[in-house]
Write a protein that binds this ligand. Structure first.
Ligand code: SAH
Length: 251
């Protein structure tokens, strides 16, 4: 059986308990070595075979999985963050379905959660934004029509950009074209939860320059919006005047 496991954003103790147990039991681990912290391999059992998928094709990954399955081995396919975001798991699951190889999925802490923790921020501030747009800039991988940054910018909601740290000149232009003021708060979070984590606060208009002077062009998330500012409303949930299922309103 194959277990797709989210490794979390980097720090080994941010994997889930379930993910760690699956790693401990695996006969074969295929990990996405470009982003998964190899420290997580400390939990592998003796004799476990380890493959780094960074240099492998989908076909090569499937061939390792097929021969493991023939030997009734347990396989962990370890993906960075949460596998449902930019994880390329759908194509693997479809192939496993075709081969009638069973699998399950264990979620992980995505780097966008890791970045909020590094920023000590809340993406959904009352009166500021109740929406988080997770997207990426168009680079070598195209983005469908209607999802250009400039059109998403029209919402002025919180935005989190994956896979875009090397494209920040273009990102700045598109965000401003779409309506973000150049002084809208922004932040670059490099390697959230890794020992080398860096948090750089800037504005939409200074994203490219900030990344350039810090030498950051990958493994970073770009967060944008007034959630990084100082103005917001109190939550209704904890407002004494607001009654809800668990609490009466207090005079
Ligand atoms: N499934 C992963 C994302 C994989 S795409 C997740 O849920 O986090 C790879 C991109 O994720 C990187 O280009 C970078 O933008 C982001 N990323 C992954 N780990 C990160 C980290 N620890 N800190 C900041 N960004 C990270």
């Amino acid at each position: 059986m194959v277990h797709f496991v989210g490794a979390g954003p980097g720090a080994p103790d941010l994997i889930t308990l379930r993910g760690k147990t699956l790693l401990e039991q695996a006969d074969v681990i295929i990990y996405a070595g470009s982003l998964v912290n190899p420290e997580l391999l400390r939990w592998k059992k003796e004799g476990c075979q380890v493959y780094n998928s960074a240099s492998m094709t989908l076909e090569e990954v499937l061939s390792v999985v097929k021969s493991a399955e023939e030997k009734q081995c347990e396989v962990v396919r370890l993906h960075t963050g949460d596998p449902s975001l930019y994880g390329a798991i759908r194509e693997q699951m479809d192939q496993l379905d075709a081969l009638r190889i069973p699998y399950d999925v264990t979620p992980g802490v995505s780097s966008f959660s890791g970045a909020a923790a590094a920023l000590k921020a809340e993406y959904t501030l009352p009166g500021v934004s109740q929406t988080v747009i997770i997207t990426r800039a168009e680079g070598r991988t195209p983005v469908p029509a209607g999802e250009q940054l400039s059109s998403l910018a029209a919402h002025q909601s919180t935005m989190v950009l994956f896979l875009s740290a090397g494209l920040l000149e273009q990102v700045e232009q598109e965000l401003m074209k779409g309506g973000y003021a150049p002084d809208t708060p922004a932040a670059i979070v490099y390697k959230a939860s890794w020992p080398e984590e860096q948090v750089l606060r800037c504005t939409v208009g200074t994203l490219a320059e900030t990344a350039r002077s810090a030498g950051i062009h990958q493994t970073a998330l770009i967060t944008i919006g007034d959630f990084l500012g100082s103005e917001y409303e109190r939550s209704r949930l904890y407002d004494p005047a607001f009654a809800h299922g668990c609490r009466e309103a207090r005079a």
